[in-house]
Design a protein around this ligand. Structure first.
Ligand code: SF4
Length: 208
């Protein structure tokens, strides 16, 4: 088993940010900045139900919220929104999500990372994960297959590399992503790439 130092542990919450935009994740986890917009605020409000650590029975099905997970193999840790424990099937990790369906695939990797932890912690094999969409109350189930596992593991490695080396990737403006990003005003994605900061706390030389 790999011995990870504290600084090498990748927070699972970083995975969906990184897959959405590596710069967004680096600004949050390397630079330590965060800024809410209407999407993140509505997500926080709807998320409160799973923010408290509890265990309960729902029609005979055991459920645990804010379930802490860790993988020694992959050097990741985090908190799962909710885990269902069916009596005759492997645990089912579920992520509570607000927002647009187009961004759900990033969330699938985050759920996959939780599944990797549960497999190691509970010695089970998990093939299904789910995302619960708070606004529509719809549940999206998906297969945790080899391709999703590889994508997730690669993202973990990229995040660790960025964190360990203080890498903040340059912005690549995308209307779909940037116009919905809460960090837009800090990131300045339309700024000439030669003037984009590695570190947003360093003053930009607009005359350079
Ligand atoms: S504004 Fe765009 S480039 Fe900048 S962090 Fe957000 S998504 Fe990434």
């Amino acid at each position: 088993m790999v011995e990870w130092s504290e600084s090498q542990i990748v927070p699972i919450s970083a995975i969906s940010h990184h897959l959405y935009c590596p710069r967004q994740n680096a600004l949050i986890h390397t630079e330590g900045v965060f800024s809410d917009n209407t999407l993140t605020i509505s997500g926080n409000i709807g998320h409160q139900f799973v923010d408290e650590e509890k265990s309960y029975l729902d029609h005979g099905l055991r459920k645990e919220t804010s379930y802490r997970v860790f993988s020694e193999e992959y050097g990741i840790s985090g908190i799962a929104d909710i885990i269902e424990f069916p009596p005759d099937a492997p645990p089912l990790p579920i992520d509570y999500k607000n927002g647009k369906i187009s961004s759900w695939e990033n969330q699938e990797s985050q759920v996959c990372a939780i599944a990797l932890c549960l497999e190691e912690m509970l010695e089970v094999k998990i093939t299904i994960g789910a995302i619960y969409h708070i606004q529509s109350k719809k549940r999206h189930e998906f297969t945790i297959d080899d391709s999703l596992r590889q994508k997730t593991i690669q993202a973990i490695q990229e995040i660790r590399n960025n964190l360990m080396n203080n890498i903040v990737p340059k912005a690549e403006y995308s209307k779909r992503k940037c116009d919905n990003c809460s960090l837009y005003s800090l990131c300045l994605p339309k700024l000439d790439s030669s003037k984009q900061n590695k570190n947003i706390f360093t003053p930009v030389d607009f005359n350079g």
